[in-house]
Design a protein around this ligand. Structure first.
Ligand SMILES: NC(=O)c1ccc[n+]([C@@H]2O[C@H](COP(=O)([O-])OP(=O)(O)OC[C@H]3O[C@@H](n4cnc5c(N)ncnc54)[C@H](O)[C@@H]3O)[C@@H](O)[C@H]2O)c1
Length: 413
């Protein structure tokens, strides 16, 4: 930290903030019993307990998690002597609003949470992580949180970085802060109850990392992605068990490797933006139209990872046309997308204005440049700043041709 007077008489302040958090895989966490660390330890336990610390906690639980695991969650909190109040909120993108953020802030007031020693605890997916994370980051300018991720997206993506968010004004994640949870618990046993479509959705984010960051992760999905999806990441066979553990642990490792040096996104060329150049607009447009009482009312909304999968296909098609990846690599990527039951087409792709608006907003998000991540052979990345509308049209045409050859497409189209 430094305070300096500049030659023109202005004061210059330089300060650094150290951020320290842990992502801890814990199998079958709700059945476990954990000890409070000894008085000499600087650590807290999985519920934020310290030797002389407060046991009061506001615990925010996803409504579906409460329905499925409510008894176990209560037993877990009781067994550890926690004096808790539960706040049950629905998951789903429609919850990701400032209304929910402010609701959580009101509950924090109502509960009378102590500023440092009573971390808010979350059991939920990416949506609750993001909105409760945002509330916790602005409430009294920041209180701690501990997150138990209960969806695949939460386990490998949403909880492991620093970003919190609320959708706003028709845009995805328009408002948000950077504040990681103090502790993240990754327990894949929660995935046993996730809908298959939601697991595919989470696998899209892992595939993203495989395509642009880590070839061995891509190959792991190529070999076992379909199997772990079929077995819901549970231990039906030893092979699937080992594969499920490795896919999640490698996913977390690769994600953290990518994120930890750029937690505040100072650098806007980010591999993790792969699949996120056109998709935020497509996802929000699908959500908006799915709510419309008129022409699109029977339309199925797109999940986040599904929109990401479409964007990845658009990007890899452009990468292939530019000679960055080979035709056979392109075929391998399409095969994995299909194996993971992800869509290869959506009618919104037929609307060039939506894709143009998506790219335009990403350019604003990336401060004036496209910085569109494209694979440069599977497992590494390059950034394009000159993608033309004609290239996007050609990529959409290629995706339309995939649709014709994909007999499962009706599920998604
Ligand atoms: N902060 C980040 O860096 C980051 C990264 C990736 C994604 N995200 C965000 O994450 C969100 C998507 O996350 P998500 O897919 O977890 O959505 P979600 O939190 O809405 O959960 C999906 C659905 O699963 C239900 N659910 C949760 N746990 C369950 C369980 N164990 N069994 C059965 N059902 C369960 C929920 O009620 C919900 O209906 C998006 O808003 C996305 O923007 C954030």
């Amino acid at each position: 930290m430094a305070l300096t007077m500049l030659p023109d008489g202005a004061w210059s302040v330089t300060a650094k903030q150290v951020v320290e958090y842990a992502v801890r895989p814990v199998p079958n966490v709700l059945n476990g019993t954990f000890e409070i660390p000894g008085p000499d330890s600087a650590e807290c336990d999985l519920l934020g307990r310290t030797p002389a610390g407060s046991m009061r906690r506001l615990v925010v639980v996803d409504r579906e998690v409460m329905r499925l695991y409510g008894r176990q969650v209560r037993g877990f909190l009781d067994r550890h002597g926690i004096e808790y109040r539960l706040l049950v909120l629905p998951g789903g993108e429609a919850t990701k609003t400032m209304r929910t953020v402010l609701r959580v802030c009101r509950e924090l007031d109502d509960f009378g949470i102590a500023r440092r020693s009573e971390p808010v605890i979350v059991f939920g997916g990416g949506v609750l992580n993001d909105v409760v994370g945002m509330a916790a980051s602005i409430y009294r300018r920041g209180i701690e949180r501990i997150v138990y991720g209960t969806t695949l997206v939460a386990l490998v993506d949403a909880t492991v970085g620093a970003k919190t968010a609320s959708d706003h004004n028709g845009f995805k994640n328009r408002l948000g802060t950077y504040r990681p949870a103090r502790l993240v618990i990754a327990d894949r046993s929660f995935l046993a109850t996730q809908e298959r479509r939601r697991l595919s959705d989470g696998l899209a984010e892992i595939l993203k990392l495989g395509i642009v960051c880590d070839k061995s992760l891509f190959e792991l999905l190529e070999d076992y992605g379909g199997l772990v999806l079929d077995e819901r990441f549970q231990a039906a066979t030893p092979t699937a068990d080992a594969a499920a553990t490795q896919i999640i642990e490698d996913g977390i490792k690769v994600m953290l490797t990518e994120l930890h040096e750029n937690l505040w996104e100072g650098e806007l060329a980010r591999a993790t933006y792969f699949g996120h150049t056109w998709s935020p607009k497509v996802e929000m447009e699908a959500l908006r139209r799915s709510r419309s009482p008129l022409a699109w009312r029977r339309r199925r909304w797109l999940l986040h990872g599904e929109a990401v999968a479409l964007d990845m296909l658009l990007s890899v098609s452009i990468a292939c046309s530019r000679g960055l990846i080979s035709e056979s690599e392109l075929d391998r990527i399409v095969a994995v997308v299909r194996q993971l039951d992800l869509p290869t087409w959506d009618p919104l792709l037929d609307e060039p204005a939506i894709l143009a608006a998506g790219l335009e907003d990403s350019v604003r998000h990336r401060d004036g440049e496209q910085l569109a991540p494209l694979p440069e052979s599977i497992g590494s990345v390059t950034y394009a700043n000159d993608i033309t509308p004609a290239e996007v049209t050609a990529a959409v045409d290629w995706m339309r041709s995939l649709r014709k050859s994909d007999n499962r497409e009706t599920r998604h189209g």
